[in-house]
Design a protein around this ligand. Structure first.
Ligand SMILES: Cc1cc2nc3c(=O)[nH]c(=O)nc-3n(C[C@H](O)[C@H](O)[C@H](O)COP(=O)(O)O)c2cc1C
Length: 324
């Protein structure tokens, strides 16, 4: 029986704890903070359009694929609705040094869905399967994984998950909500064991990673063992919390010091006089609330931080606060 190409995935201990792909959140600066303070077992990039990577505008998208040498293993997440584009992008992802390539089949963004990509693929399993086959052809010896949801308008695990497993991806990550549920209802962890059973029947070597609402590494390990999953992926629990995988709970002073380091790193990596290197500073604001919480005057400090425009502003505001 043919088997999936597992690549680095075969060497990881279970449960595998992964840092989720999150556009404008899990960028190279944020991942560098994790590699210093407590690494996940695997990193993902933010998602990137293959159409864009194959166009003349490629340079603009490349910053989303930057990573540091301490961020291995790292998987590049890409999206497209066109199988042939997956085949074409594989060699490029490999050349950039990634350890794996991940297909986004869960994004509910209407623009992305209109191009036949993201969660729209849940409605078109025939094309979804072609995409996996094409991605595998292009990827060569790089493992191909998929990140999806349990259905589009309703739970469709029994129709959708087997279709994907038949193509034998290395890993199937399932965000345990439907597309229409977005992130607005609790994740359906009670459905995880059914996905594991389907895997056991259809593609026993494929790894299954569950995702949705896991707030910390301890809960993630418990969820994995309760459902027989190979791993759990954490998304929003990671905002402003690069200690997530270390299990440490740093004091306020350390949190604020690291916040300043994170902002400065972001600026060093993404801001320069080259327009193709720029990411908007507002990206950092998603993290402020998490770094700055749980103490008297947190709200006051956050309000001041939300008005900052660069790393120097943040350093001034935080230093004033620490010396008040
Ligand atoms: C700001 C933000 C950006 C996201 N970007 C991506 C993305 O680029 N690719 C992807 O597959 N999922 C993306 N997601 C979904 C997450 O990877 C994850 O599936 C979802 O947040 C549920 O996990 P959580 O409850 O642990 O946050 C994003 C989520 C958020 C909140």
């Amino acid at each position: 029986m043919p088997e999936p190409t597992l690549g680095f995935w075969a060497k990881l201990k279970r449960p595998i704890l992964a840092l989720a792909p999150m556009a404008n959140v899990t960028d190279a600066a944020f991942r560098r903070m994790f590699s210093e303070l407590g690494k996940p077992d695997v990193f993902w990039t933010e998602f990137v359009s293959i159409e864009g990577l194959l166009s003349r505008g490629r340079e603009k998208l490349l910053p989303d694929l930057w990573f540091g040498e301490d961020e291995h293993p790292i998987v590049a997440q890409v999206f497209s609705g066109k199988p042939e584009q997956f085949e074409r992008i594989g060699p490029f992802i490999k050349e950039l040094g990634f350890d794996g390539i991940d297909i986004n089949m869960g994004c509910p963004d209407s623009g992305i869905e209109r191009s036949g990509a993201g969660a729209e693929l849940i409605n078109d399993p025939v094309r979804a399967k072609e995409i996996v086959r094409a991605a595998k052809l292009g990827a060569g010896d790089l493992p191909v994984s998929i990140k999806t949801r349990i259905g589009y308008g309703k739970n469709e695990i029994e129709r959708w998950v087997p279709a994907l497993l038949e193509e034998m991806p290395a890993v199937l990550t399932v965000h345990l909500r439907t597309r229409d549920e977005m992130s607005q209802v609790p994740a359906h962890w009670d459905k995880a064991s059914l996905i594991v059973e389907l895997r056991n029947e259809i593609s026993p070597k494929t790894l299954i990673i569950g995702n949705g609402d896991a707030p910390d590494a301890e809960t993630a390990r418990r969820l994995a063992s309760e459902s027989g999953l190979d791993g759990v992926m954490i998304g929003r629990g990671a905002f402003g919390n690069p200690w997530l995988f270390s299990g440490r709970k740093p004091d306020l002073h350390e949190r604020l010091e690291r916040l300043m380091e994170h902002v400065e790193l972001f600026e060093r990596i993404y801001k320069s006089d080259r327009p193709d290197r720029i990411k908007n500073f507002d990206v950092m604001k998603k993290h402020f609330k998490a770094y700055v919480a749980g103490f008297d005057e947190a709200k006051e400090l956050r309000v001041k931080l939300m008005e900052t425009k660069n790393a120097a502003d943040v350093r001034r505001v935080v230093t004033d606060f620490l010396h008040r």
